[in-house]
Design a protein around this ligand. Structure first.
Ligand code: AMP
Length: 594
């Protein structure tokens, strides 16, 4: 090689092998993230052959965390965040407390110090942002009530960890470790121990509050202004660059100036951008990098893992894993149920939090650096992380199995709980009514009684116009939608709905495709639409299928799978323009672009 290029080598080896093993995993019907982790183990220092730069891989993974949280922020408003605080704050705190106690108990059994137990327990108590968000995204849960609780919960955990990271160095002396006087690796995060515990807590909280205030007061004005200014230059490239620069800049600034985590900074940047519809869409477009970087997160975790530690540390690893997967989930489950939420919500929150990741590694490193945590502790945390990440998709499968059984039990032992309506933020006392919904969040959606009806999928820019016309013509129809806000609007309009992802077999079946006359696909994703078309054809060969597409290739794809009519959006736009210019309808129905 002409010169040394560790960054390029790390990206190429990481992404290349992740692709190969991800594809292999997929072939064997294992979640691809297992493949990414294996790729990481292979390029890591614990296996022979090429060794990628772990430090670089880690930083690249951090970019993935920033972009993921930025993307989540784009789907959140301040109101959404506040609407889940009544469950997320106590939930996360109680769960952290419980997991920390379990971790400390295991540490005690292993003969470690109290300080070691505290660090170990805390490390087991926080979930990984990347694992959680990807799990929610894959299942299209982010914009549901349950998804919002999970994200709110994650943010509280994130804040708690920021607190732990600043407090540990200050407390190290008291806890039996080595007191640290200089700032540790994460820069300005740590504060001198001389401030005392309460001083450190106070300063940290003040910094977080200052960051939030700066974002809400200054960021809210400056960011939209910059975006509008750039939009007027007419350069798409500059616009995307502005979005990316703001996301990364705010995250980095938040971490360096205010001691807030990168993830939290990025989340706020996204939340502020989401307030304007224009920047929202543009920002979404500029996120394709997100997936690539979040894959590198799994590779970097794999790199840290030493497969041989599994042999030398047998039962402590199993105990660690049990705390993460069973202990934490049970705690979350009990809390969510105690707050009056439906079973499905409790199960989903438990499953999504039953893993650990990046924060745990940072805590473990810090603990070892402060001489609080023995090296064995770090090994256990790493093994626990990798195993819990691998098991996480199985947790989601497990809740699907357990749901019917638990529901049957609940029905036997308690009177049926009335489903609660979806609603915006309410008073703190009224937690239970915030997120529980009457439209299928607590079990498979109920089957419609409609027959000879039309099934309309998606109620966005396209579907809502179609729906309005169907309603006016008094044709029987129902809508399948997965966005909570849209569902609430549908309900207000008195339109029958099935809530959930239409590509999901259970959800689709609830719309009675066998008895339906027509299927109208008003969703933008042609792959999802294709899947639904196939399912509809299988259920009802005679159903009339009308689909939406945005390119000729999509038209072909959907027709090939059995759609009767496919309307290409861009063609219709051209038709409208021609009509406006020439004052007449274009003569043929065939493509005006041909
Ligand atoms: P638009 O592109 O504005 O017409 O919006 C599309 C609408 O379809 C949005 O409201 C989405 O929430 C909804 N949507 C997209 N994909 C699905 C899906 N697989 N299942 C149910 N609803 C969907």
């Amino acid at each position: 090689m002409p010169h040394d290029t560790p960054l390029i080598a790390t990206i190429v080896a990481g992404l290349g092998l992740a692709f190969v093993f991800g594809a292999l995993a997929n072939r064997f019907r294992i979640p691809p993230l297992v493949g990414y982790l294996v790729a990481g183990v292979l390029v890591g220092p614990n296996t022979p052959g090429f060794v990628a730069d772990a430090g670089l891989a880690n930083e690249l993974a951090e970019i993935g965390v920033i972009l993921l949280m930025f993307g989540v922020g784009l789907h959140f408003s301040l109101k959404d965040l506040l609407s889940v605080r009544a469950i997320a704050v106590p939930g996360a705190i109680v769960q952290i407390g419980f997991a920390t106690a379990l971790g400390a108990g295991l540490a005690w059994m292993l003969g470690w110090s109290m300080g070691a137990g505290l660090v170990f327990g805390l490390a087991l108590s926080v979930a990984s942002t990347v694992v959680l968000l990807r799990a929610l995204q894959e299942r299209r849960l982010i914009e549901t009530g349950r998804g919002r609780i999970a994200v709110g919960w994650l943010i509280v955990e994130d804040l708690a960890m920021v607190m732990a990271l600043v407090l540990l160095p200050a407390l190290a002396g008291v806890l039996g470790g080595q007191e640290q006087t200089d700032a540790h690796a994460s820069g300005l995060l740590s504060l001198p121990a001389s401030y005392g515990i309460w001083g450190v807590v106070g300063i940290t909280l003040a910094k977080v509050a200052a960051f939030v205030a700066v974002m809400l007061v200054v960021g809210r004005r400056v960011i939209p202004w910059i975006l509008h200014y750039v939009a007027h230059t007419g350069s798409r490239e500059l616009f995307r660059l502005a979005v990316l620069a703001i996301a990364l800049g705010v995250a980095f600034g938040a971490a360096k100036l205010f001691g807030v985590s990168l993830a939290l900074g990025a989340f706020f940047a996204g939340m502020i951008m989401s307030e304007s519809e224009l920047s929202h869409r543009a920002a979404e477009e500029s996120l394709p990098l997100r997936d690539a970087f979040s894959v590198l997160f799994f590779v970097s975790v794999g790199m840290l893992f030493d497969p041989f530690s599994l042999i030398s540390n047998g039962w402590p690893i199993l105990a660690t894993l049990a705390i993460i997967v069973i202990g934490k989930s049970l705690a979350a489950f009990v809390i969510v149920i105690a707050f009056g939420y439906p079973l499905a919500t409790a199960l989903m929150i438990s499953a999504s939090l039953a893993q650990i990741g990046e924060f745990s590694f940072i805590l473990a490193e810090l603990g070892v650096g402060l001489k609080l945590l023995p090296e064995q502790g770090r090994d256990l945390i790493l093994a626990g992380a990798i195993l819990s990440i691998v098991l996480n998709p199985l947790m989601f499968l497990a809740i699907d199995w357990m749901k019917p059984w638990l529901e049957a039990r609940a029905a036997r032992t308690a009177p049926p709980v009335e489903a609660k309506p979806v609603g915006p933020a309410t008073e703190p006392g009224q937690v239970a009514s915030v997120v529980a919904t009457a439209n299928g969040e607590d079990g498979p959606p109920p089957r419609t009684s409609l027959t000879n009806h039309a099934i309309l999928i998606g109620y966005g820019r396209v579907g809502s116009l179609v729906g309005a016309s169907l309603k006016e013509a008094t044709l029987p129809f129902l809508v399948i939608e997965d966005a909570d806000k849209t569902l609430a609007r549908l309900k207000a309009d008195g339109i029958e709905t099935v809530s959930g992802n239409a590509a999901n077999a259970e959800v689709f079946a609830a719309a009675n495709p066998e008895g339906a006359k027509r299927l109208i696909l008003a969703i933008p994703n042609a792959f999802e639409a294709g899947q639904i078309v196939m399912r509809a054809r299988a259920a009802n060969p005679g159903i009339n299928v009308i689909a939406r597409a945005h390119s000729d290739a999509e038209v072909e794809h959907l027709k090939g799978l059995g759609a009767d009519t496919v309307i290409m959006g861009e063609r219709e736009i051209a038709r409208g323009i021609v009509e406006e210019v020439l004052g007449q309808k274009p003569s043929a129905t065939e493509p005006s672009a041909a």
